[in-house]
Design a protein. Structure first.
Length: 367
């Protein structure tokens, strides 16, 4: 590998990204250097580019979920089974790390995804900190970052096609506690919603209703396992009555909101059955407010309303195993319809932001 690496740098919100060279990092004990195979462009990167996330230390190297080949490592790095990670292994890594295991959230609430010390590759690091984002020829793996091998029978393209949405969707479906034979509505079938549909089907949901404004996304959701689709062009009252008709008047057992539209949260509370579960995972950034009637929509309905923020290692690990086992049945690989080189990340952000593609990949070797 060369001694200098090129990365795409987002210097500030709303400015074109530019390419910069970085020196080869000195590996700390327990650190590693990945040669990047793929990183991804998701909605969060578009939000980063629009300056919609608080506390981001621009300039940054974006790219939170990535796949690469271990080019170098120092000391011993093992996976959760105690097996060595070796040079040449194709791996991915949990982008969220440095959770402290000392604070209230880590130890009492047991929700390290809310640990204030947590760091995220591609989001909370400045480019001045080094190669800590995936839109780069190489990624520095800091000591303690959890590496996972991509199994030989899992194409890297399948895993990264699902990407961060795969992991978020698994967390959301866990929170929804879907039981065999239940019905579910998925509001918004972008990268997260598509995987929610897939996991709901694998969880034994029978009626899976996908709702979105983009016809191609609804068609893709059918391939993921949706049994019904409703176009957002149908008036809200009519959407509600269609879902009532499908469910003998009671509403769906589970709604997962993955659209990022505040109105969808209110709609979720309307279409869920009494005593059902609603999981909100589409609002990673502040998209505004919505009016909710607590009596009619929550209290009287006895609804369980749950927020879903980020993910933990367990979600990441199981997402890889699910992609490995069901990647032939669920077309995650085809979710990413375009691949961009490092010099084309502005076009990649445009393609994702305009919803022209569900997901774009960044492939540094392409540039
Ligand atoms: Zn903590
Ligand atoms: Zn993402």
């Amino acid at each position: 590998m060369p001694s200098k690496y090129v990365a795409a740098v987002m210097a500030a919100p709303n400015r074109p990204l530019d390419l910069r060279e970085f020196p080869e990092p000195q590996l700390e004990m327990g650190g590693a250097l990945l040669q990047t195979l793929y990183s991804e462009v998701c909605g969060t990167d578009v939000h980063l580019h629009h300056g919609k996330l608080a506390g981001v230390p621009y300039p940054i190297i974006p790219g939170h979920v990535s796949v690469g080949t271990v080019a170098k490592l120092r000391g011993s790095i093992t996976n959760v089974y105690g097996d060595d990670i070796r040079e040449g292994d194709v791996v991915t890594f949990l982008d969220v790390h440095e959770t402290c295991n000392h604070c209230y959230h880590c130890l009492i609430a047991r929700q390290p995804n809310r640990c204030p010390a947590r760091k995220v590759y591609g989001i909370t690091y400045s480019a001045a900190d080094g190669l800590l984002g995936g839109w780069s020829e190489a990624i520095y793996i800091k000591p303690g970052v959890k590496l996972v091998q991509i199994p030989p029978n899992l194409a890297p393209e399948t895993f990264i096609g699902g990407g961060c949405g795969l992991v978020t969707a698994l967390h959301a479906v866990d929170l929804a506690e879907i039981r065999l034979g239940e019905s579910i509505a998925v509001l918004g079938v972008g990268p997260v919603g598509q995987s929610v549909v897939a996991f709901a089907a694998l969880s034994g949901a029978i009626d899976i209703i996908a709702i979105d404004a983009v016809a191609d996304r609804l068609a893709f959701a059918r391939r993921m396992g949706a049994t019904h689709t409703i176009d957002l062009g149908v008036a809200r009252a009519d959407r509600l009555s269609r879902i009532r008709d499908m469910t003998h008047g009671v509403g769906v057992d589970v709604v997962i909101e993955a659209s990022g539209h505040p109105d969808a949260v209110a709609e979720a509370l309307d279409i869920v059955r009494d005593g059902g579960r609603v999981v909100v995972c589409g609002h990673y950034t502040d998209n505004g407010s919505v009016e909710i009637n607590p009596h009619w929509q929550i209290n009287r309905k006895h609804v369980q309303l749950r927020g879903c923020w980020g993910s933990r290692y367990e979600h990441f690990h199981r997402a890889i195993e699910l992609a490995q086992n069901f990647g032939d049945a669920k077309p995650w690989r085809e979710l990413a319809t375009r691949t961009f080189g490092l010099a084309e990340t502005n076009e990649a952000l445009q393609a994702v932001g305009s919803r022209e593609v569900v997901k774009a990949l960044v492939r540094p070797a392409q540039s």
